[in-house]
Design a protein around this ligand. Structure first.
Ligand code: SF4
Length: 508
């Protein structure tokens, strides 16, 4: 057996989770340079840049959602794939134990978290044989927020704002534009898309995700698809979705398209949407020892250039300091676009907590409180706890519950990402509350805005789903839905829809 295989896979997982690859860094630098200083998108990108640096230097998870681990393994003929699969599973459990992966594997029927990222279907491991002597292991960590923004189209189809998409490359172009537009900030834009033209419904999604293993700056070997990729990148950023859907000049950092043969009756276009936290790396291993011979996508001999030249949130002087618990008058004075710095007690709550609170009392007094849509990575610290990664999760999942919870418990602010819908907006207005958009994926940055963990409720829901009682300090976020019926998300969706319509006749 390969004595170093386990250690090599652990090293791959840790590096992938904590250090954004050079091509993604370069794309994010371009995005930063595009957005004007002081704009909402630029402020968000500054936080993202600091977060990337903090994750790399402290070897912490770039985003608290360390995603679905997907391994693509190529082995020489005769290699023992059964043994390798078990070692990869062991390595995933070890990286989870070390806090580099969040426990993310949940029983779909009971909701129970396995605690070690192992379970039916997790992690995903694909093997392929090749005519080489080495073993190649590639890994992508793709989180739930962006996974939920994947889209599959069956052509011909009528697409909102784009009209009919035919079984042509122009029809494919419309599908990609539509997928990026509908993702808005929910998938933590600016993202990258892997696309598959053709295949069946299953192979199409697999092949689309495989495109994300290409480097963001490569050139498609098929000139027709290369032209389509270039056309998408030339036009998509006019949509104005911007970072986190705040509006801005960069909505996408990469578009990679592949094609599979299809049945004559089918024409699927599958889009795998990945977020800015584009965590993908690989290693080439010695086939007799399992030791790392070479890293893929990065050269360890080349020093990493930091994304930012300073630490800390760049204040403009216009930020509003909020101390919880909040009163109604303070909250009603806030308007969409205000940048706030929140300090004081806050409570995390995701899907399980919201579902529970919809039919039960709260374990703490939530009057004037802040609910943070967040599934943090939390480590035991003596008798207490320490948050090691704590970015926001996608809020729209709580739309069925949020309005009722705001009204019943007197919650004054909800922090999350991607915005919420009409029901929540109505509750914010009636009850006097606001929605605060934090920067998705900025898990290290926000972990440093949490002074301490005061306690925890509902540990039986698992670490990400428990209600953590946090003490925040200068936690920056942007008011994107206020108590006057305004929603930045709705505004950006509407203006980007107009832009989308203007791209109908653009050609490849
Ligand atoms: S950056 Fe956003 S979409 Fe990506 S994994 Fe993190 S929370 Fe999910």
């Amino acid at each position: 057996m390969l004595p170093s295989f386990f250690d090599s896979v652990v090293a791959l997982i840790i590096k992938t989770s904590t250090d954004l690859p050079p091509d993604a860094r370069a794309a994010m630098r371009v995005a930063m340079n595009e957005e004007p200083e002081g704009s909402r998108s630029r402020q968000a990108l500054d936080i993202i840049g600091q977060n990337i640096d903090q994750a790399a230097s402290g070897e912490g998870a770039i985003c608290q959602d360390t995603g679905m681990a997907t391994f693509e393994v190529k082995t020489p003929v005769g290699a023992n794939q059964i043994w390798m699969k078990q070692e990869i599973r062991n390595a995933v459990a070890e990286a989870t134990r070390r806090g580099k992966l969040r426990p993310n594997s949940v029983d779909s029927l009971t909701g129970e978290n396995s605690g070690n990222n192992l379970g039916p279907g997790t992690p995903i491991i694909h093997f392929e044989q090749w005519e080489h002597d080495e073993v190649e292991v590639k890994l992508i960590l793709k989180g739930g927020g962006c996974e939920n923004m994947n889209a599959q189209y069956s052509l011909p189809s009528e697409l909102p704002h784009l009209g009919r998409a035919d079984r042509t490359l122009d029809g494919v172009r419309k599908c990609i534009l539509h997928a990026v537009w509908q993702a808005q900030g929910k998938g933590c834009a600016p993202g990258a898309v892997g696309v598959c033209v053709g295949g069946d419904r299953t192979s199409g999604y697999v092949h689309a995700k495989e495109q994300l293993f290409r480097t963001l700056d490569d050139l498609n070997t098929d000139p027709r698809l290369a032209d389509l990729e270039a056309e998408i990148m030339r036009t998509v950023n006019t949509l104005g979705v911007g970072t986190m859907g705040f509006g801005g000049r960069v909505s996408l950092i990469g578009c990679k398209i592949g094609a599979l043969n299809r049945l004559p009756a089918s024409f699927f276009v599958s889009v795998a949407y990945d977020c800015w936290a584009f965590r993908r790396l690989g290693v080439v291993l010695d086939a007799t020892t399992g030791a790392i011979k070479q890293w893929l996508y990065r050269d360890p001999a080349v020093a990493t250039i930091p994304m930012m030249d300073q630490a800390g949130f760049r204040r403009t002087g216009r930020e509003v300091a909020l101390t919880t618990p909040l009163d109604e008058a303070t909250v009603r004075s806030l308007k969409v676009g205000d940048v706030v710095m929140v300090s004081g007690p806050a409570y995390t709550g995701r899907d399980a907590v919201h579902h529970h609170l919809s039919t039960h009392d709260a374990p703490v007094d939530l009057r004037g409180s802040v609910i943070y849509h967040c599934g943090p990575v939390v480590a035991k610290d003596g008798n207490g706890w320490r948050v090691t990664a704590a970015g926001p999760t996608t809020s729209i999942r709580e739309e069925p519950y949020q309005g009722d919870i705001i009204r019943r418990f007197g919650v004054r602010a909800v922090i999350g990402k991607g915005g919420m819908g009409a029901k929540t907006l109505a509750a914010l207005k009636d009850a006097g509350a606001v929605y605060l958009n934090a920067i998705g994926g900025a898990a290290q940055f926000y972990a440093r805005c949490i002074d301490r963990v005061e306690g925890v409720s509902f540990m039986e829901f698992g670490t990400p789903e428990a209600m953590w009682h946090l003490q925040l300090r200068d936690f920056p976020a942007i008011v994107t839905m206020d108590a006057h019926g305004n929603s930045l998300h709705k505004d950006i969706e509407d203006t980007s829809a107009v832009q989308l319509e203007s791209l109908v006749s653009s050609t490849i």
